[in-house]
Design a protein around this ligand. Structure first.
Ligand SMILES: NC(=O)c1ccc[n+]([C@@H]2O[C@H](COP(=O)([O-])OP(=O)(O)OC[C@H]3O[C@@H](n4cnc5c(N)ncnc54)[C@H](O)[C@@H]3O)[C@@H](O)[C@H]2O)c1
Length: 275
């Protein structure tokens, strides 16, 4: 079987690791994009130990020139991109309020960050990373996909996009923008052979949310307990539980008429009103 080429941004992350392995073991040569390619060294060793192909390429998803350089290198090394998975994303403390609800009381809490304290550069960072960091790779790698018989873009959204989570207004709005953009691009590319869909993971414990979910003593925070209570399956997800949806969206035989959708993989979180 001729292998296709998958480009995974944020591939060195917790979910990204799982995505890269799944693609490498299911017919793809994988190019892992991250700011520091050394972070993917162990992942590449693991994939190579299983006789599959992966390379790491340093690029910043918010910087078009670095993506263009990466795209050129990947095309020369592995071939042109068949599948783009936009996995790079995250939040920033400067875009995060400490309180769920505003009250006058906040003035008496010296360590509190209210909505009014949120800093423009923190909010801007979160928008650039999540939204521009999805749009720019679509521009750069989308060009390589145009002449293919079939190609796929898979964006990574969040529960926060459907109904915003408390404390993280910038992340929520940026992920909502990704949902909107997924629909827009699916329509825009509909006369090409590129399908565009997204996965909205529920809650998975990773480095980006660790501080919000685990105490220094390794116990669940009250926010983590709230999430578990609001998840009908009463637990966090395991990264490998995203793989089936990824491979289904990637496979045009299985999902060839699926375009412009955002699939929740969330243990029922989005379906539950809380009552
Ligand atoms: N963990 C969860 O519960 C959860 C839930 C919903 C959505 N998500 C989303 O899933 C995706 C993966 O998150 P994760 O939980 O694995 O987080 P993670 O922090 O482990 O991984 C994020 C990856 O993105 C990379 N990255 C960050 N900025 C970058 C940049 N400018 N250029 C290139 N790479 C950059 C990081 O180096 C890291 O490899 C993110 O988009 C995140 O928002 C995660």
């Amino acid at each position: 079987m001729t292998k296709k080429v998958a480009v995974v941004t944020g591939g060195s992350g917790v979910l990204g690791n799982e995505f890269c392995k799944a693609l490498a073991y299911n017919g793809y040569k994988v190019a892992i994009i991250g700011r520091d390619k050394e972070k993917s060294a162990d992942l590449i060793k693991e994939i190579e130990a299983n006789n599959e192909i992966a390379i790491a390429v340093s690029a910043d998803v918010t910087d078009r020139k670095s993506l263009e350089d990466a795209a050129e290198f990947i095309e020369k090394t592995l071939g042109s991109c068949d599948l783009l998975l936009n996995g790079a994303g995250g939040n920033h403390p400067k875009g995060t309020s400490s309180e769920e609800y505003y009250s006058e009381d906040i003035a008496n809490k010296p360590d509190a960050t209210s909505f009014f304290d949120l800093e423009a550069d923190g909010i801007d960072f979160v928008f650039r990373l999540n939204f521009m960091g999805t749009l720019l790779p679509c521009q750069v790698f989308g060009k390589q996909m145009l002449n293919k018989a079939e190609a796929t873009i898979i964006n990574i959204s969040s529960m926060s996009a459907l109904c915003p989570l408390t404390k993280i207004p910038a992340y929520s709005a940026a992920k909502a923008a990704i949902n909107n953009f997924t629909q827009w691009l699916a329509v825009h590319f509909a006369k090409t052979n590129i399908r565009v869909n997204a996965i909205a993971p529920g809650f998975f414990l990773t480095q980006q949310n660790h501080k919000l979910l685990k105490t220094d003593e390794g116990k669940w925070t009250s926010r983590a307990e709230k999430i578990i209570t609001h998840t009908p399956m009463a637990r966090f997800g395991e990264a490998h539980e995203l793989v089936g949806t990824l491979l289904w969206l990637a496979d045009s035989k299985a999902s060839g008429f699926v375009n412009g959708v955002v699939i929740p993989v969330d243990g029922g979180f989005a379906a539950y009103s809380g009552v």
